[in-house]
Design a protein around this ligand. Structure first.
Ligand SMILES: [Zn+2]
Length: 182
């Protein structure tokens, strides 16, 4: 993509030959490929070796997962925290795989709503738990930087499946545990 990025530099009025920009097309190319590397990852490959039969049936929560993604409307970052909870039904996911699952979907062009759902639905389909809850709180540079001047606004999205959707106490327990983090 280096030629295309060079061409963008010219279009915005820059001189791609000047010192500071000489290697920029290559660096932007590498950065973009990394930030979208989730396309070449597969949830089965990521999770299949990390699913375990465990007779634990209380809520599992991994909270404050740092999340960085690119909005598909402006190709600008949105970033914040992701909280994931589920109630096992005989199977669990290795804890370290949950942040990696978040990364896998975050490293694609996204809207926050879809990112939230994809994380929840993947956990649901892999281990069929009694319920899944995902909350993402994020700041969008396309809102903050482009003069809307909503510099402190945070977008919150949630996806609640199974027991988290059906049972208000379960949902509240999750939301309280996640809120205590701050
Ligand atoms: Zn945007």
């Amino acid at each position: 993509m280096t030629e295309e990025i060079r061409s963008i530099l010219i279009q915005i009025g820059e001189d791609p030959a000047r010192d500071g920009l000489a290697n920029t097309p290559k660096r932007v190319d590498q950065a973009l490929r990394f930030l979208t590397s989730g396309y070449s990852m597969d949830p089965d490959e990521l999770l299949n070796k990390a699913l375990f039969d465990v007779a634990y049936d209380e809520m599992v929560i991994v909270r404050d997962i740092e999340m960085f993604s690119l909005c598909e409307h402006h190709l600008l970052p949105f970033f914040g925290k992701c909280h994931v909870g589920y109630i096992p039904n005989g199977r669990v996911i290795g804890l370290s795989k949950i942040p990696r699952l978040v990364d896998m979907y975050a490293r694609r062009l996204q809207v926050q709503e879809r990112l939230t759902m994809q994380i929840a639905e993947t956990i649901e389909s892999k281990i069929h738990p009694r319920g899944v809850a995902v909350v993402i709180e994020a700041q969008h540079l396309c809102m903050i930087m482009r003069g809307v001047e909503k510099q402190h606004s945070i977008a919150v999205t949630s996806s609640m499946l199974g027991a988290f959707k059906d049972n208000q106490n379960t949902r509240n327990e999750f939301l309280n545990l996640v809120r205590d983090a701050k």
